[in-house]
Design a protein around this ligand. Sequence first.
Ligand code: DC
Length: 203
Amino acid sequence: MKFTVAIDGPAAAGKGTISKAVAAHFGFAHLDTGLLYRAVGAKVLAGGDPVAVAQALDPRDLQGDRLRTPAVAQAASEVAVIEGVRAALVDFQRKFAARDGGAVLDGRDIGTVICPDAEVKLFVTASAECRAERRYQELREKGMDVTQDGVLADVKERDTRDSTRAAAPLKPAADAVLIDTSGMTIEAAVARAVAVVEGVKAR
Ligand code: DC
């Protein structure tokens, strides 16, 4: 049976961690849709045409830590503005969402555009400073040469581009449950998300 959990929100708000934990808790499949845009962005940085690359994307392109760099994140945000790129990725995401046994998809437009009929919609957010601090620690742990100011500027630039674009801008669905993780531990944020899903499943 289909059961879709749509988790949207800005960069580094905790969507990834919450999505993985919710998927593991309920035995659902998980798709990080940001990876689709990152894979397209990486190929465009290597000289590809954005729409052609998106149309030919292969699930094997989504693997590897090479997609987790600030340069690829910015390229992803830039290609994500292009209508033809977004259109090329819709079917794959909708098929994934409709799979038997449940699915969690995280991104920017899952509850609004990709799965407007998702059983659960969460909008996970946090202050820009808090998100930048978390992303800075994450990148430093991976040995990347980044500064706190640089990461904050990147996060703010992506926020602005992702939420002001014409095609499927980042915004909460009208029926999304908001989780602000600014002052929360990750355990508390995961527990809140799991409780919302439990509540809907129990209906
Ligand atoms: O979630 P992320 O940081 O990996 O996403 C990278 C970029 O991809 C993000 O800045 C905007 C774009 N994106 C999108 O437009 N729609 C999605 N559903 C997921 C990501």
